[in-house]
Design a protein around this ligand. Structure first.
Ligand code: SAM
Length: 454
């Protein structure tokens, strides 16, 4: 095991005392628990295990299976998410979350965004933003796989949200940090840590928080989290924020929790804080804080669009063809963005126009596909969408070896499918589409997602 950085250990002794530091350091050389979070609508058959006490759909697994070789994983039946980080759902338990508009400012790879998408439900909207252009693609893949249809993925800097002042009911900042909480699960991260990184991260965290605050409605809730232990990036960042926003903050109700969960609670002004130390709680190092913006919600402010909206309407025939594929077409509005046709809940259409006129939108709602000669050539994302109308095409239920071959984008026997387009299932979970033409099968699983070398 790589040694822990000396300056990190010295910091721990200063912040936790010698005994606390020793217990924490010892825990960093023990195995990490493996945890998953089940999908609320597609979670059947997802790996079972001991419940995570602070996460109703969270489970500890007794061992780490090969998730890549589990077709349910590719169907979005569950998300592999570290146990402590699932706690952010608890911070919103006191809020009526259904239908809320939530901004996740630092979202990739999407663990918390998918959790928030489930919390706000189909009538709510999550804007999942990731500044890094490579990581945002992974975020978009995970959002497609989760299949709620209520997420807009953007790739912008935090300050680009300035035109959307006071627009969101909840803003979450899962800040880039020095990553001390990863020292156990990813020992190589120990080599990347330095005092300089702590200082640099804390400066970035302050900037992101300031943008987050602007975007939050009065009466709304701000969540700040990091996966690091040190106070410089946690309490001190919050203390400075409190000093700058005096009188604008209100405490929320504390999360009710059991002593044996091992979470260390605290306060920074009106912020309630929750810290996970691996020697006390069953999860990785994590820090989360929550506060409310004082005041009453009002009609959202914000400047007019700066960019031309990238969203265009579809014509009547296209509309009719697309409507066939959706369970509740009357709730949806279809639109075109570039080559692809998409669906979004009608109530979100104006919000999407506004967002796409302001930000770089990578993905929004559900990608439906393209229409050729009046017929939809469906996008893989549509198979994963919870609102797909299953009866619209024949379904081919595959065995596990065949399902894995499908996910490798391999060749499949024609007799498994009906002639024409099929929905590919494994134990009832939709994986994607395939087309049989006589004795030949066209495997339509997206190239970019196929399992390689397994
Ligand atoms: N919330 C994610 C999840 O639960 O899966 C994890 C987010 S990770 C802790 C922090 C993210 O912030 C990274 O994806 C990183 O690329 C992004 N980031 C880095 N610098 C940033 C900045 N200056 N502004 C906004 N985000 C930044």
């Amino acid at each position: 095991m790589l040694p822990l950085p000396t300056a990190f250990c010295e910091r721990l002794v200063r912040e936790l005392g010698a005994d606390g530091a020793q217990a924490l350091c010892a825990s960093l050389d023990t195995p990490s628990p493996t945890a998953v979070r089940h999908h609320p609508l597609k979670g059947e058959g997802a790996p079972e295990g001991e419940p995570i006490p602070w996460s109703s759909r969270g489970r500890y697994l007794s061992e780490r299976p090969s998730f890549t070789l589990d077709p349910r994983f590719h169907a979005g039946a569950y998300y592999v998410q570290e146990a402590s980080s699932q706690f952010v759902g608890c911070l919103l338990r006191g809020e009526a979350m259904a239908g809320k508009r939530l901004l996740d400012l630092c979202a990739a790879p999407g663990g918390k965004s998918t959790l928030y998408a489930s919390l706000v439900g189909p009538e709510g909207l999550v804007v999942a933003n990731e500044v890094d252009r490579r990581r945002v693609q992974i975020l978009a893949d995970n959002v497609r796989k989760w299949g709620m249809g209520n997420v807009v993925v953007t790739t912008n800097r935090a300050e680009d949200f300035e035109p959307l002042a006071e627009w969101f009911d909840v803003v979450a900042v899962d800040a880039p940090c020095s990553g001390e909480g990863m020292f156990r699960r990813l020992p190589e991260s120990r080599e990347e840590w330095s005092e300089g990184a702590v200082e640099r991260c804390s400066a970035i965290q302050r900037e992101i928080l300031a943008s987050a605050w602007q975007a939050l409605k009065p009466g709304g809730v701000l969540i700040y989290s990091t996966c690091t232990f040190n106070r410089t990036e946690d309490e001190e960042v919050l203390a400075d924020f409190v000093a700058c926003t005096e009188g604008e903050l209100e405490a929320v109700e504390p999360v009710s929790q059991a002593e044996e969960w091992g979470i260390v609670t605290g306060e920074v002004g009106p912020f309630r804080t929750y810290r996970f130390y691996p020697h006390r709680a069953r999860g990785e190092g994590f820090f989360a804080a929550v506060v409310r913006k004082a005041g009453e919600p009002k009609a959202s402010r914000g400047r007019d669009r700066r960019l031309k909206s990238q969203v265009a309407p579809v014509d009547k025939r296209e509309q009719q063809e697309l409507a066939r594929w959706i369970e509740e077409p009357e709730q949806m509005r279809f639109y075109r963005a570039g080559e692809l046709l998409y669906a979004v809940r009608s109530t979100h259409y104006e919000e999407l126009e506004r967002l796409s006129g302001t930000l770089r939108v990578i993905y929004a709602g559900v990608a439906m596909g393209e229409i050729f000669k009046g017929k939809l050539k469906p996008d893989g994302a549509l198979a994963l969408y919870v609102g797909l109308r299953r009866g619209v095409l024949p379904a081919a239920e595959l065995s596990e070896p065949d399902a894995l071959e499908y996910l490798r984008k391999g060749d499949l026997r024609a007799d498994l499918f009906e002639e024409g387009l099929n929905l590919v299932l494994f134990e009832g979970h939709a994986l994607g589409f395939a087309k049989r033409i006589g004795g030949r099968v066209n495997n339509l699983y997206p190239n970019s997602l196929r399992i390689v070398n397994k």
